[in-house]
Design a protein around this ligand. Structure first.
Ligand SMILES: *[C@@H]1O[C@H](CO)[C@@H](O)[C@H](O)[C@H]1NC(C)=O
Length: 384
C-alpha cells in the first residue's frame, strides 16, 4: 500500500516536471490593440498560464545600431510593456522577451549594422539598456532575412558574428538570446550558417509556416505538416513543416534549442473556378479579408471559427491540415486537430518546444464555444 502511494506520488511529481519542460513561446503582436470589436487584443488578454515565454513584437533598429520604438503611444501612453510585465504576478516563471525586427522592418538596416563592429557594439549596448529599463528577460532577433530583401552576401557570416556578440553581452547579465528563422529550405540555404546560428542562440524559433499563400497564383496550404501526392517538383515536396524542420536538424542545429513554429491563422485564396478547389488549382489572388485581421489573403482562427463555422471543412489526411471552402473562397488554416499532429511531431523530434504566431488570432475570448484559447490549450495539452 505505502509502496503504491510512493509510486503514485513519484509518478505525479514526474508528470508535473515533464509537463513544464516544453517551451511554449507566444508572440504578442502589439499592433493588435487597434483591431475592432472582439478582434481587439491587448496585453491584458494574455493568459500567462498557457505560455512559458511571451514575446513583445516588435521594436525596430536604426542604422547606427540603436533600438527604435515603432509605436511610442502604445508604450508610453497605453503602457503595454508595463501591462506585459504585470503578467508575472500571475505566473512568476513567465519569461518576457523583447523582439526586434519582423517582415516590415526589411533587411537592409540589419545588414548595415551586422557588418559594422561599432554599430554591432552600439546595438548590444542599446538592447541591454532597453531590456534593463523595462525588465525583459531576454532579446529576440527577427531579421527577415540575411542575404535577402536588401541584405548582402556577407550577411551569412555577419549574422553569426552579430549573434555571438549579442549572446555574450546578454548572457553575462543573465538574459537569453533567441531568433526567429526561416523554415523554408531555399531561404535557409541563402541566409544561414546553421551550426553557427545554433551555437550562438539560446533558442531557435523556426517559422515553419507561410509555405504557400496569395503571393502564388494557385491553391496551397500555408503550413502543411507533410507533403501531398499533388506536389510534383522536388521543391514543392519540401514546402512543409516536417521537411523544413528536418533541414535544420540535418544541417547541425541543436534540437533541444529548437521551438517548432505553429500558426493560429491561415492564408486564403479566391478560386478562379469554384468547381476546382484542389491543391494547385488556379486562383485570382487572396481570399476575402476578415473583420479583425482586415487583410485580403490572411485570416485568424478566431475569424474562421466565428464567421465561417457553416462552411465545408475539408481535412487533408496527407498534409494533416484543414481548409474551408465556400463558393470561390478557399481558406487554409490550423485548428485543434492539425495542431495536435504538429505538437506530436515536435515531441517525436525531441525539440525544446513550440513557438506560436500569434496570441491574438486564437479564439482568446472563447466565442466559438470551446472556451478561451482552444488552440493554445490543445498545444499545452499535447506538448511533452
Ligand atoms: C471548372 O472546373 C471544373 C472541374 O475541374 C471543370 O470541369 C470546368 O471545365 C472548369 N471550368 C472552366 C471555365 O475552366
Amino acid at each position: 500500500m505505502s509502496k503504491l502511494l510512493i509510486l503514485l506520488a513519484f509518478s505525479s511529481a514526474f508528470m508535473v516536471l515533464s509537463a513544464s519542460a516544453g517551451n511554449v513561446v507566444c508572440y504578442f503582436t502589439s499592433w493588435t490593440i487597434y483591431r475592432p470589436d472582439n478582434g481587439k487584443f491587448t496585453a491584458a488578454d494574455i493568459d500567462p498560464s498557457l505560455c512559458t515565454h511571451v514575446y513583445y513584437a516588435f521594436v525596430g533598429l536604426r542604422e547606427d545600431g540603436t533600438v527604435a520604438v515603432l509605436d511610442d503611444w502604445e508604450i508610453t501612453g497605453l503602457m503595454e510593456i508595463e501591462h506585459l510585465m504585470s503578467l508575472k504576478t500571475q505566473n512568476p516563471d513567465l519569461k518576457i522577451i523583447l523582439s526586434m525586427g519582423g517582415w516590415n522592418e526589411g533587411s537592409y538596416k540589419y545588414s548595415t549594422v551586422a557588418k559594422n563592429p561599432n554599430a554591432r557594439a552600439t546595438m548590444a549596448k542599446s538592447v541591454l539598456e532597453f531590456i534593463d529599463k523595462y525588465g525583459f528577460d531576454g532579446f529576440d532577433l527577427d531579421w527577415e532575412y540575411p542575404c535577402q530583401r536588401g541584405g548582402a552576401d556577407e550577411d551569412k557570416a555577419n549574422f553569426v558574428t552579430l549573434l555571438g556578440e549579442l549572446k555574450a553581452a546578454l548572457n553575462a547579465q543573465g538574459y537569453i538570446l533567441t531568433a526567429a528563422v526561416s523554415g523554408g529550405i531555399a531561404s535557409c540555404k541563402l541566409s544561414y550558417d546553421i551550426p553557427g546560428v545554433s551555437a550562438n542562440l539560446d533558442m531557435i524559433n523556426v517559422m515553419t509556416y507561410d509555405f504557400h499563400g496569395a503571393f502564388e497564383k494557385w491553391v496551397g496550404h500555408y503550413a502543411p505538416l507533410y507533403a501531398s501526392h499533388l506536389d510534383e517538383t522536388d521543391e514543392q515536396k519540401t514546402l512543409n513543416v516536417a521537411a523544413g524542420l528536418q533541414y535544420w536538424l540535418d544541417s547541425g542545429a541543436d534540437a533541444s534549442k529548437i521551438n517548432l513554429g505553429l500558426g493560429t491563422y491561415g492564408r486564403t485564396f479566391t478560386l478562379a473556378n469554384a468547381s476546382n478547389p484542389d491543391l494547385y488549382a488556379p486562383t485570382y489572388g487572396g481570399g476575402d479579408a476578415g473583420p479583425y485581421t482586415r487583410q485580403m489573403g490572411v485570416i485568424g482562427y478566431n475569424e474562421v471559427c466565428a464567421y465561417e463555422s457553416d462552411w465545408e471543412r475539408v481535412w487533408d489526411d496527407e498534409q494533416k491540415v484543414p481548409h474551408k471552402v465556400k463558393g470561390t473562397q478557399w481558406f487554409g488554416y490550423d485548428d485543434e486537430e492539425s495542431l495536435r499532429y504538429k505538437v506530436e511531431f515536435a515531441n517525436s523530434k525531441n525539440l525544446g518546444g513550440v513557438m506560436i504566431w500569434s496570441l491574438d488570432t486564437d479564439d482568446f475570448k472563447g466565442i466559438c464555444g470551446n472556451g478561451p484559447y482552444p488552440l493554445l490549450k490543445t498545444i499545452n495539452q499535447y506538448l511533452n
